[in-house]
Design a protein around this ligand. Structure first.
Ligand code: G3H
Ligand code: 13P
Ligand code: ZN
Length: 321
């Protein structure tokens, strides 16, 4: 099946990023891999009139099924319409690791792709990223590149320690590749354990501002930006989980980043925590329930509340659609 993103009602990120830069807010990149997460994202973003980037990792695409995903994205656009407000929606590949994967996503309706060559040498990163950009731009698909490596371990993304982005490399990278946005490493990391106990959770705003100076009016992306909300960690731990040392990026630092050239902020872990907290709590309090709708409804409701909070109080994209 080959599908153009325009035909299913999606948009690329160009216009969104222009407005976010001008308006000093950030568009959320919310990861999803199932129906309840997608319903929650759409419901919350329509209710807050917020533009949104739906993002899917390689693992998530394999989990959900690539054909199913195309229909889910089309369904998301239609759901927003039925809810009464046509918010702009981007479907984005998160951490694409090869040219072929990026092309396959573009062929199945993605309007934006990330090619993550951050683990390669500077030269090889440029080569791979440029190859993706050249093909993607022929179809008006946006491309996100990355310079610098985030620490943290995920199913599909792993790095032992972070290497901050070197500001002196960004101009050459952007000029040589033609990317539409650039993910940088300033101290965030993927997953629920971003800062060890005793270490102050602080982002390197000095690096961000230096990048901003060298790339005026250029969209910057922040990965690993979940706050690992303590209330969810507590519920998970209270109901049999074991996430004792989990810590994330404080929300005031994300708000400060959204004020700068950062116009996309990626959030996956917080959504996972919100759902898991509610599933654990619901099942513990309702031991007789075995209909998945019971616990998934509770999980979905919490995710809606969390996303609305992020849009309104942290990213500032609420009311911008
Ligand atoms: O940055 C990675 C995202 O959180 C996706 O994670 O590969 O486990 O789907 P995943
Ligand atoms: P978190 O693990 O902090 O939610 O980061 C998600 C991410 O960067 C997806 O690309
Ligand atoms: Zn990421």
């Amino acid at each position: 099946m080959t599908v153009d993103y325009q035909s299913i009602g999606l948009v690329n990120s160009e216009d969104m990023f222009k407005k976010a830069l001008r308006g000093k807010y950030a568009i959320p990149g919310y990861n999803f891999n199932n129906m309840e997460q997608l319903q929650a994202i759409i419901q919350a973003c329509v209710e807050t009139k917020a533009p949104v980037i739906l993002q899917v990792s390689r693992g998530a695409r394999a989990y959900a099924n690539q054909t199913m995903l195309t229909y889910m994205a089309e369904g998301a656009v239609q759901m927003a319409h039925e809810l009464g407000y046509d918010i702009p929606i981007v479907l984005h590949l998160d951490h694409g690791d090869s040219y072929d994967l990026c092309m396959s996503c573009i062929d199945t309706g993605f309007s934006s792709v990330m090619i993550d060559g951050s683990h390669l040498s500077f030269e090889d990163n440029i080569k791979l990223t440029k190859k993706v950009v050249d093909s993607a731009h022929k179809k008006n698909v946006s491309v996100e590149g990355e310079l610098g490596v985030l620490a943290g371990i995920e199913d599909e993304v792993s790095a032992e320690k972070s290497n901050y982005t070197k500001p002196e490399e960004v101009e050459e990278f952007v000029a040589a590749t033609g990317v539409d946005s650039l993910a940088i490493s300033i101290g965030t990391s993927h997953g629920a354990y971003k800062f060890p106990p005793g270490v102050e959770p602080k982002l390197r705003f000095d690096i961000l501002y230096e990048v901003e100076k060298r790339l005026p009016e250029f969209p910057i992306v922040l990965h690993g930006a979940s706050s690992v909300l303590p209330e969810y960690v507590k519920i998970i731990n209270d109901y049999g989980g074991d996430l004792k040392k989990a810590r994330g990026v404080p929300e005031d630092q994300l708000r400060k980043a959204a004020d700068s050239a950062v116009c996309k902020i990626n959030i996956d872990t917080d959504g996972r925590l919100a759902m898991t907290a509610m599933v654990r709590k619901f099942l513990a309090e309702n031991p007789d329930v075995f209909d998945p709708r019971g616990y998934l409804k509770a999980a979905r409701a919490e995710l809606i509340a969390m996303i609305k909070h992020k849009n309104i109080n942290v990213l500032g994209n609420a009311g911008k659609a």
